[in-house]
Design a protein around this ligand. Structure first.
Ligand SMILES: [Zn+2]
Length: 286
């Protein structure tokens, strides 16, 4: 990973969730009224790594002069809809959007879109996130492969049970697979399994219908609760240090290794699963 310049280094203090479905949905809902209808007068790529593998000139030429028609979310991707194509933003670990009321920007900025009433900037000090223009969202290999969105009406219990039946993998790894269910990451898959009282190691295709229904309900509820939390307070794009705060209050398993389980008092355990930390309670998750 290249850091590009000295200003690129830096990390957030305390608990800072990686954007999953609720965080990106909160960004989309809050950003929509701020940018919808505005024309992109100029696009500046200050750190070309942020648009890779696209060339900065390709992005610039494609978006300049176009009007932002809408802001959408697909899984963990954010889309700025334009009359011709769209800008796809993938935040990955800790990319974020910052708003400046004028065309004067400050601090670390990777890509700046000068609009009529201000500047929308993509910031990612670690340079893992990406911003690209595509003629169609489906040209992005990650977007075209997305499974059913966990917030969509298509994500029914029946659909979820069909997804489970086809997977021999442990539940937690299946829940995090964006090609099966779009939107869940490490945090909310751990949380949904805690609420459903199921261990992350359980084989997906061996889940009885009653437990599958419990897990489906837990996924939907955990994401809705997190979205409410992400919208109160709503994202403050004018604050360069803004990030989602207070989410740790709703967490019951994630990042709570050694702490007492809220339900049974046993100690939360952590283990590595698929290269990521999984958390569960041995006392009440079966
Ligand atoms: Zn417990």
């Amino acid at each position: 990973m290249s850091t590009g310049c000295a200003c690129c280094l830096g990390s957030r203090a305390s608990f800072a969730p990686m954007p999953e479905l609720p965080e990106v949905e909160a960004v989309a809902r809050s950003l929509r009224p701020l940018v919808r209808g505005q024309r992109i007068a100029r696009c500046c790529v200050l750190h070309p790594i942020a648009v890779r593998p696209q060339r900065p000139a390709t992005l610039r030429r494609a978006v300049e002069g176009q009007r932002i028609e809408d802001v959408e979310r697909r899984g963990k991707y954010l889309l700025l809809r334009l009359p011709h194509g769209c800008v796809v933003v993938h935040f990955r670990l800790d990319g974020q959007l910052v708003w400046f009321d004028s065309d004067t920007i400050s601090g670390h900025v990777d890509v700046a879109f000068e609009l009529e009433r201000g500047t929308l900037a993509f910031v990612d000090r670690r340079h893992i996130g990406r911003v690209q223009w595509l003629a169609r969202p489906e040209e992005n290999s990650g977007i075209v492969a997305l499974g059913v969105d966990a917030f969509s009406q298509e994500f029914t219990c029946q659909h979820f049970q069909a997804v489970l039946a086809k997977a021999r993998r442990p539940l937690k790894l299946l829940l995090m697979d964006q090609t099966r269910i779009a939107g869940l990451g490490n945090i909310y898959s751990s949380e949904a399994l805690w609420h459903a009282r199921l261990r992350p190691q359980r084989r997906a295709n061996r889940l009885p219908p009653a437990e599958a229904r419990r897990l489906h309900k837990a996924i939907v509820n955990v994401l809705r609760r997190a979205l409410e939390c992400c919208l109160r307070p709503a994202p403050d794009f004018r604050d360069p240090n803004w990030w989602f705060a207070g989410l740790e209050k709703i967490l019951r398993a994630y990042d709570r290794e050694g702490k007492a389980c809220w339900r049974c008092g046993d100690r939360i355990r952590r283990f590595v699963q698929g290269g990521r930390s999984s958390y569960y309670c041995p006392g009440c998750q079966q």
